[in-house]
Design a protein around this ligand. Structure first.
Ligand code: HPA
Length: 276
């Protein structure tokens, strides 16, 4: 057994008798988006700090716990708070929760985040369906030994974000009257926001939104066999686009402002996924 497998096994042992059901969907709630957890009928929760070997977030606005409950009739496990590479964790730490939720039996990984908008047609408060991603500026979470129990050595990244899930989310948005943008997410390491020159580069590369999470989780999720979908909440225009300086407070304020539409879209999307 590799160290990664051992850690995963220890985490699984620590949570096994506290998992009330096999979750269908694993949901990761980004900065300021944690309130969605209040919508579900909660059965139980596990603070990350209770799990030995589990990475615990240090960022304000990032509560850290797994919540198990039902969204309607759909059993879900929600990650309220994630850990980031910029906190000093290894990429293996960063994606351990994703692997653990796959071990719990979840089939769909629903990723959400707060992101800066690069696409000039976006405005703060927009929601963006993630259609693809660029992770070339952060290390792959799959670097290192690859025990086959975790996934294949060279996983395909064509269609990381499952087409069918994208269609369901678009239908849910249309039915709720919520405007939904679409685009490519690029991950940088953070914790500093990007420079305007970096943002111009990212835009030239085809990115529409920028953030400090998600892409590596999607890689590990794909490796682990999840069907994946993702939504970015555009909390600010990326550096140099509006001319305004960026602040974490602005990010938190705008994600809170978008929260009602975001919650509705998440809820309706999950209901549709359950019908499939
Ligand atoms: N850059 C990186 N991460 C972010 C941003 C941004 O502009 N906004 C929210 N998260």
């Amino acid at each position: 057994m590799t160290d990664t497998e051992k850690r995963l096994e220890l985490c699984m042992q620590a949570v096994a008798d506290r998992i009330p059901f096999k979750p269908r969907i694993a949901l990761v709630l980004g900065s300021g988006l944690g309130a969605f957890a209040d919508e579900i009928r909660k059965i139980s929760e596990i603070p990350y700090g209770d799990i030995p070997h589990f990475p615990v977030s240090t960022v304000s606005g990032h509560d850290g716990r797994f919540i198990f409950g039902y969204a309607g009739d759909v059993p879900v496990v929600v990650m309220k708070g994630r850990v980031h590479y910029y906190e000093g964790y290894t990429m293996e730490d960063v994606v351990l929760p994703i692997r653990l939720m796959r071990r719990m039996g979840a089939e769909i990984l629903f990723l959400t985040n707060a992101a800066g908008g690069l696409n000039k047609s976006f405005v703060p408060g927009d929601l963006m369906l993630i259609t693809d991603q660029i992770s070339s500026f952060v290390p792959s979470p799959l670097i290192g030994p690859n025990p086959e129990s975790l996934g294949t050595r060279f996983p395909d990244m064509t269609g990381i974000y499952t087409r069918q899930l994208q269609e369901l989310i678009k239908d849910a948005a249309a039915e709720c009257g919520i405007g939904l943008r679409e685009g490519v997410y690029i991950q940088f390491t953070g914790p500093n926001y990007e420079s305007p020159a970096e943002i111009r580069m990212a835009a030239m590369l085809g990115a529409d939104a920028v953030g400090m999470s998600t892409a590596v989780e999607a890689i590990a999720g794909r490796h682990a066999g999840f069907a994946i979908c993702g939504i970015s909440c555009i909390t600010n225009m990326a550096a140099g686009i509006s001319g305004q300086a960026l602040s974490h407070d602005e990010v938190k304020e705008n994600s809170a402002r978008t929260a009602p539409a975001f919650r509705k879209l998440l809820w309706e999307s999950i209901q549709k996924m359950a019908e499939e």
